[in-house]
Write a protein that binds this ligand. Structure first.
Ligand code: 3PG
Length: 204
């Protein structure tokens, strides 16, 4: 399934940071057993590229993407390893160009009207609103939506089981990103993913 379609359907993008290589496969396994086949693997540790490669190879039906991509070299490494989408905390024209060249979606972070106008000029209409809670959460998303009717949002940062439904109830919110389901044992991760999927399904 195309990555954006997977994100639109699951409506949750787990933000996953690996601190040791031996946790990569069991973590993907736990996410899949919780029926959450999307992962944004952050370039915050040295294991990101390896995790993307292993995940993409072992679970081809999973939409494995890269997050916290701030440099062109990270985008290149992620795509080389099989990343199906790229997320950045802000907008990088270099990263965007690499995504265009590879024909994969780029979801950059934006919080201000000027930042949004800049990405609209570059043909991007789905943005990561990050860090969401710190920048006013839904209240800010609603105000920005009025000015930018073409923009849709993937808020990330401070989202968890208690505010997920409220965010996802907003028609302009395509999906929410977050790490809230990624802590604890592998069983905990599977259970938290399943619970998050259940919350999404309760909106259908
Ligand atoms: C991210 O990188 O997108 C955020 O760190 C995720 O935010 P959270 O940890 O508050 O969910």
């Amino acid at each position: 399934m195309e990555a954006l379609e997977a994100i639109r359907q699951t409506r949750i993008v787990p933000v996953v940071t690996f601190h040791k290589p031996e946790s990569i496969l069991p973590t993907f396994g736990a996410m899949l057993s919780g029926k959450l086949p999307v992962a944004e693997i952050t370039f915050r540790t040295e294991f990101a590229a390896e995790a993307i490669k292993l995940g993409a190879m072992t679970f081809p039906d999973m939409a494995v993407g890269a997050g916290t991509v701030t440099r062109a070299s990270q985008a290149e490494a992620a795509i080389e390893c099989g990343a199906k989408f790229i997320v950045s905390p802000g907008y990088s024209e270099q990263v965007h160009d690499i995504c265009i060249g590879a024909d994969i979606p780029y979801i950059p972070g934006c919080v201000t009207p000027t930042e949004i106008m800049n990405v609209l000029d570059h043909g991007i209409e789905l943005i990561k609103f990050f860090p969401s809670e710190q920048y006013g959460g839904l209240k800010t998303i609603k105000a920005l939506s009025a000015a930018f009717p073409q923009v849709t949002f993937m808020p990330t940062g401070g989202i968890n089981e208690s505010n997920l439904i409220e965010y996802l109830s907003n028609p302009r919110v395509v999906a929410c990103g977050g790490s809230f389901m990624m802590s604890g044992s592998y069983d905990d991760i599977a259970a938290k993913c399943a619970n998050a999927v259940g919350l999404v399904n309760s909106l259908k």
